[in-house]
Design a protein around this ligand. Structure first.
Ligand code: HEC
Length: 166
């Protein structure tokens, strides 16, 4: 019991450190969007759009990327190294869209665990709404750091490895 109390006190302390920005996010929102958020979201959309039955390992991939995307929600509320990265999270709207994105990713995770394609499609639609909503409200015409996809990938890019299919 005592050990438990000590443990919770210790973790309370580290949460405080994060609030004080002692450990700032070392990369930019622009870079996270491209390398983590867009990347993991595409797994969800591309598999949701796949007409064939999904394989066991493909559901597992959805599971992994949904977890990344769910965690990316709170991550982008912590700021970053980009020019506007510490300004955006001050807006409650930013927080709302980040939460919507994270919640949609959790629905995709649930869909993966149940291997339910309809749930995956619904999660994908909700996810898209969160991206578009936030981009309409905040995203500059050209990315602040000029980071975009290179190469730009289209639908089913991630499915190239599916043997004998494409
Ligand atoms: C909470 C707000 C927010 C959410 C949610 C969000 N984005 Fe973004 N996104 C931005 C902002 C702001 C930028 C521009 C960053 C910059 O220019 O520094 C951006 C930039 C991007 C970029 C790179 C710039 C470009 O024009 O190509 C991509 C790709 C991207 N977002 C994809 C997504 C996807 C996919 C989702 C949903 C799964 C998503 N974003 C959700 C705010 C958001």
């Amino acid at each position: 019991m005592l050990a438990l109390i000590a443990l919770s006190m210790a973790s309370g302390k580290s949460a405080g450190a994060a609030e004080n920005q002692d450990f700032p996010v070392p990369v930019s929102v622009n870079a996270l969007m491209v390398t983590m958020i867009d990347h993991s979201a595409h797994y969800i959309w591309d598999y949701a759009a796949l007409e064939d039955r999904m394989l066991e390992e493909e559901w597992l991939a959805i599971e992994y990327y949904s977890i990344q995307l769910a965690a990316a929600g709170p991550l982008i509320t912590l700021g970053g190294t980009g020019e506007l990265d510490n300004t955006w999270p001050l807006s409650p709207q930013w927080l709302g869209y980040s939460m919507d994105m994270s919640n949609a990713a959790m629905k995709a995770l649930n869909a993966a665990r149940l291997q339910d394609k309809t749930l995956l499609e619904n999660a994908g639609d909700e996810l898209l709404d969160s991206c578009l909503g936030c981009h309409r409200a905040f995203k500059p015409e050209t990315p602040t750091e000029g980071v975009i996809h290179d190469p730009f990938y289209d639908q089913l890019y991630h499915l190239f490895q599916r043997e004998g299919e494409l």
